[in-house]
Write a protein that binds this ligand. Structure first.
Ligand code: KMH
Ligand code: ZN
Length: 271
């Protein structure tokens, strides 16, 4: 089986003051994604920023960015419906109307660092149902054990198509800590045919990504998850992080999925 490498170039939190290589504007994001595609990424996980770098659910900015990416490469686009803590759920959910091939679905409200990440049950159900209608594949973002149970309930309610695709997110303050033990507990609890990847935030990103790959998961890399290549060394853009994740997979004798292969593995509906 091939490994799907996702690039997460921007995220909602860091700014160019934290890392000057962070892409925030549509063209910068498109160029970063294209470079990641050339390195082996088959999925691009996107957050958008306005001209002041503030997270936005603007359909215009999102569409412009998606178009610029599509002009450059056939990478599969996954839009974040997490967007950013300052944006209302009701605005965030509208992004799926652009019909990206994939989008994230965050199943539960939680503390997120010093902020609150609001994902009310009724809204999550509505968004899951709308994504199913529009054939937008959800990536289920699981930050804690109860989040997995919430996803399984959505599946039992018929709101999620198989295969289920999970991100096991470790290291967010408010979610589970980034430890190998927590990762293994979560992997053991996944439904049998589930597809999954590790998202490890901050300094354990590399180790947990490696463990995830060794356990049969996919991998995600990019400045959304860590601004550093190693302790004290800022990553000079997304490419070195993606290159390293691809190399990690290759060193484990895993092959890297092309977008077409990723499409098949995830059973993405044709658009
Ligand atoms: N930012 C990560 C902690 C999303 O964008 O919907 C999780 C994430 C989820 O990427
Ligand atoms: Zn994200």
């Amino acid at each position: 089986m091939s490994v799907i490498i996702t690039v997460a170039p921007t995220g909602p939190i860091a700014s160019t003051a934290d890392n000057p290589s962070l892409p925030t504007q549509p063209l910068e994001i498109a160029e970063a994604v294209h470079a990641a595609y050339l390195e082996g990424a088959s999925v691009a996980h996107l957050h958008f920023r306005d001209e002041n770098e503030k997270p936005t659910a603007s359909l215009d900015i999102a569409k412009r960015t998606m178009d610029l990416i599509e002009e450059r490469c056939p990478i599969l686009i996954q839009v974040s419906t997490g967007v950013g803590l300052s944006v209302e759920f009701e605005d965030r959910e509208k992004l799926v109307e652009l019909r990206p091939r994939m989008a994230t679905l965050n199943p539960c409200t939680m503390s997120f660092g010093e902020g609150e990440f609001r994902n009310p049950p009724i809204g999550v159900r509505r968004l899951a149902a709308r994504m199913r209608e529009l054939d937008v594949k959800p990536e289920l973002e699981v930050y804690d054990t109860g989040h997995l149970d919430a996803c399984i309930r959505l599946w039992e309610e018929g709101l999620l198509a198989e295969p289920l695709q999970f991100s096991l997110v470790l290291g967010v303050r408010g979610g589970m800590a980034a430890t190998p033990d927590n990762l293994i507990t979560m992997v053991k609890r996944l439904p049998p045919e589930a597809i999954w990847q590790v998202i490890a935030i901050g300094r354990s990103s590399l180790e947990l990504t490696a463990i995830g790959l060794a356990l049969g998961g996919n991998a995600r890399a990019g400045l959304e998850d860590t601004l550093y290549l190693r302790k004290g060394e800022l990553a000079q853009g997304n490419t070195p992080l993606v290159t390293r994740a691809v190399q990690l997979a290759r060193d484990l004798d895993l092959s890297i999925a092309s977008p077409e292969q990723a499409e098949q593995i995830l059973a993405l509906p044709q658009h």
